[in-house]
Design a protein around this ligand. Structure first.
Ligand SMILES: *Cc1c(COP(=O)(O)O)cnc(C)c1O
Ligand code: SF4
Length: 348
């Protein structure tokens, strides 16, 4: 925790000083399981006055260690849908490939807390080869999604070689990269990275902005560099209590993304991961926020509000015909295969 004050000396004796020090024991307990890390850049966005949206995303909280509601480290059953280590194959046509389990900043709401931030869990050369062999031999796979952790915590050379190999697989129609670096470390979006993805174009890039303060001039410049590569850029965000769970914040976030040339793709209902239920917003609130936005912001600025069904059902839109029982707070959903799922609908 002292490192925070060293990284940003203005924090000393600011109004948030005492509030941060009040988290000392959370730094000890929560950060044992899921590391604390922040970049000087991301820390510079945090308010000196209050525990605002940036602090809420990064400061360890004692509620993480004692979650009253969510008990499962892997409610989406990613590990049991793993045919080779480091690759989740849940939908018939798409695979998630975890290229690293490190990130520039560790987000307290992370849905992969069970393994993210542990150094030993990134795939080595053999594991990467096994994943590529699996994708090559499964012709039903149409898209490979580089994920993590943050895949951009790998070097450009490793990324280029993985993307290149994927591009040579004839049955793949798309390579997608999910990264939070434009948000947490825009300096990672270097000219050489941009040149590499320009040469390997088209790839789809999905960023992860959750709040309009994250769209700083530095982040906007990074997005500008990415856009010049000619690749499709989308954003996914997570609906987070106290961070972005109101229509005004969602409105400014999505308008600012559109203005930056980024299409808001998904707004995720926070997953039922152990240690994150204090971030969960109930479904009814989420649906009401969507209703307030619909018709009041340009269509291309509207993300799709989705829930990833616990037990590995996959993602479905929240406010739609997939919602087979409209009785909040215990909704029943149907997934793309017609199976029924019973997510925890309400806050504790
Ligand atoms: C989210 C996810 C995907 C990608 O889903 P899209 O709806 O195509 O964005 C693929 N596989 C898994 C396991 C996922 O969780
Ligand atoms: S960047 Fe993504 S994977 Fe990394 S800690 Fe944040 S949410 Fe988790």
């Amino acid at each position: 925790m002292e490192d925070l004050f060293a990284l940003r000396p203005e924090l000393q004796n600011s109004p948030v000083d005492r509030l941060i020090r009040g988290r000392a024991s959370a730094f000890e307990s929560a950060a044992l399981n899921f590391r604390f890390a922040v970049t000087p850049y991301y820390l510079s966005l945090a308010s000196l006055e209050t525990i605002g949206p940036i602090w809420k995303q990064i400061l360890p909280d004692e509620k993480e260690a004692a979650d009253p509601l969510f008990q499962q480290p892997d409610p989406l059953a990613e590990e049991s849908h793993m045919p080779v280590p480091g690759l989740t194959h849940r939908y018939p046509d798409r695979v998630l490939w975890y290229l690293s389990h490190n990130c520039a900043v560790y987000c307290r709401f992370c849905m992969r807390k069970r393994k993210v931030s542990r150094e030993d869990s990134a795939p080595n050369v053999e594991a990467r080869k096994a994943a590529l062999d699996y994708i090559r031999s499964h012709t039903e796979i149409q898209e490979a999604i580089l994920s993590g952790g943050d895949p951009l915590s790998q070097s450009d050379a490793v990324l280029a070689s993985c993307i290149q190999e994927l591009k040579e697989i004839p049955h793949l129609v798309s390579v997608r990269i999910h990264t939070r670096m434009p948000v947490t470390c825009p300096q990672r979006i270097t000219d050489s990275f941009c040149q590499m993805i320009q040469e390997l174009s088209p790839v789809t890039l999905v960023t992860h902005f959750n709040h309009p303060v994250e769209l700083s001039d530095t982040a906007l410049e990074a997005l500008g560099r990415l856009r010049k590569t000619g690749n499709l850029i989308l954003n996914q965000s997570v609906l987070l209590a106290g961070v972005n769970d109101n229509a005004e914040t969602q409105r400014s976030l999505n308008l600012a993304l559109l203005k930056a040339g980024v299409k808001p793709y998904y707004l995720h209902q926070c997953d039922e991961v152990k240690g994150v239920s204090h971030f969960r917003v109930n479904l009814e609130t989420g649906v009401n926020i969507q209703k307030e936005l619909r018709g009041r912001i340009p269509g291309p600025a509207m993300p799709l509000y989705v829930i990833d069904l616990p037990g590995g059902g996959g993602k479905v839109p929240v406010d739609s015909s997939y919602f087979v029982d409209g009785d909040y707070p215990d909704p029943v959903f149907e997934n793309f295969q017609g199976d029924l799922f019973f997510p925890l609908g309400d806050q504790p």
